[in-house]
Design a protein around this ligand. Structure first.
Ligand code: SF4
Ligand code: SF4
Length: 454
């Protein structure tokens, strides 16, 4: 679209009317909530990838890298959520939720306040000395802030307790320590020099949002009816991205934060007029009557958007069902057919099996085994079950034993049942018990129990 087209579209775009709203106040409230959520998310395992233990935490559920279906559904859900938000609400994420934007704006505000303070208190000094002093003070504040926010950010990938230990011991030898120090340096450079430059030059989500936006996306528009702008330039001074929205409503740098909406409302409000800048769905049609439909007013303005929301709902449902059906303790039983069967000194016949159990839950778990469909058989080696600590995986061998008279020669069918405490649904493994056809049989080696932790 050319700027001229943008401008003419913008002139007809129906306003999203939120009379009396001060977007700055809304934005700062939302941003404060986001900072708290950002800090708490890794601490309470709301969403975190533990690279050390290869776990993915999602709303308290500890998912293992091997749980492909849940991980796939989670990734698809998050990806569609991000795409749907960009398609419907444009750069709302950048303007209201993004930690990079929040901290960049905070760095701008701190810098301005320090300069004002130094100029006021140390007016006797020369301007160069005051500037140098203000800069030194700014860096003194940004350095601990960078360490703190790097700590929160890296906590999304390394357990916070482990990270705190590395920080307190000034670990610069291990990969984790070097990674933390490098991210701290980058964060400091970002806060000190780059700030919003990151959003326009580096951030891939910014590019993606611009690609997904179309004429139905929520955006901030400048209304172009000639002569109404009083050229006070307050909108330009208020813009955190340093752009002039009057030059066109579709500038790539614009994050649709609406600071310019507030600025213009304030200036023109004093003259009894409405702001020339406002949120609109970017729809050039003048079909305002159609906008009365509730679904259009929340942004579902065409089939594409409805389809993406339906898709999001499908993935969210699939994900919640998968998490709900997930068994915290994973049990696998398989036969060890290195020898088909062995005979013990008391004449009973033994078949060997392997048990692998993983505890993916938050509490200690106990696994007990029992047999069904072969009444004369019993378990040897794991009669008392096993106990698994949280996050533990163990492997064991055990035998199923039966007297030769109680089973048929050849193949017998049975089920091995695994009962887990705390309760989850029992699992049944359909297995076979092999008994000798004749009298000769190998002697029985001892049952080995080989616990193995992941
Ligand atoms: S032009 Fe307005 S909406 Fe866009 S970034 Fe600047 S202040 Fe925010
Ligand atoms: S704040 Fe409003 S009136 Fe002032 S320059 Fe910007 S658009 Fe024009």
């Amino acid at each position: 679209m050319t700027t001229a087209e943008n401008s003419s579209n913008a002139a007809f775009a129906p306003r999203v009317t939120l009379p009396g709203t001060r977007y700055h106040r809304v934005r700062k409230t939302v941003q404060s909530i986001c900072v708290v959520i950002f800090i708490l998310m890794p601490l309470f395992d709301v969403m975190r990838v533990d690279l050390v233990r290869q776990r993915f935490y999602f709303f308290g559920a500890e998912l293992w890298i091997s749980e492909f279906s849940i991980l796939f559904l989670t990734m698809m859900f998050l990806w569609i959520l991000v795409a749907a938000m960009a398609m419907i609400y444009g750069r709302f994420y950048c303007g209201y939720l993004c930690p990079q934007m929040i901290f960049s704006e905070a760095a701008n505000t701190i810098e301005k306040r320090i300069k004002r303070l130094v100029n006021r208190k140390l007016g006797a000094l020369g301007p160069r000395t005051r500037d140098a002093l203000a800069l030194a003070l700014l860096y003194l504040i940004l350095l601990p802030a960078s360490i703190f926010f790097t700590f929160v950010f890296v906590s999304f990938f390394i357990p916070p307790a482990d990270l705190l230990h590395r920080l307190l011991t000034l670990d610069m030898r291990t990969a984790g320590g070097i990674f933390g120090a490098s991210v701290t340096l980058l964060t400091f450079l970002d806060f000190a020099f780059l700030r919003q430059g990151f959003c326009t030059a580096i951030c891939p989500y910014g590019y993606l949002q611009n690609m997904l936006a179309d004429r139905h996306t929520l955006q901030v528009f400048f209304q172009t009816d000639a002569g109404s702008c009083i050229h006070c330039e307050k909108c330009v001074r208020a813009c955190p991205m340093g752009i002039d929205i009057r030059k066109g409503s579709h500038q790539m740098e614009c994050t649709h934060c609406a600071e310019c909406v507030d600025a213009c409302s304030e200036v023109l409000g004093r003259l009894g007029r409405q702001s020339l800048i406002h949120y609109a769905w970017g729809d050039p049609s003048q079909n305002v009557a159609a906008d009365r439909a509730w679904y259009r007013r929340i942004g579902l303005r065409d089939g594409k958007r409805i389809a993406v929301i339906v898709l999001l709902f499908i993935y969210a449902s699939g994900l919640s069902i998968a998490i709900h059906m997930r068994q915290p303790v994973l049990v696998l039983i398989m036969p060890d057919r290195i020898t088909l069967y062995t005979r013990a000194s008391d004449g009973s016949i033994h078949n060997r099996f392997r048990l692998q159990a993983s505890n993916r839950g938050h509490a200690e778990a106990r696994v007990m085994l029992s047999l069904a469909d072969l009444p004369a058989a019993n378990i040897v080696g794991l009669q008392d079950g096993i106990t698994l600590k949280r996050g533990e995986t163990q492997q064991f061998e055990f035998d199923v034993a039966a007297s030769g008279a109680a089973v048929s020669p050849g193949v017998n069918h049975l089920r091995i049942l695994a009962h887990v405490d705390p309760a989850q649904s029992d699992e049944a493994f359909a297995e076979t018990f092999i008994a000798p056809m004749g009298s000769a049989s190998p002697t029985l080696p001892a049952v080995k129990q080989t616990p193995k932790e992941h």
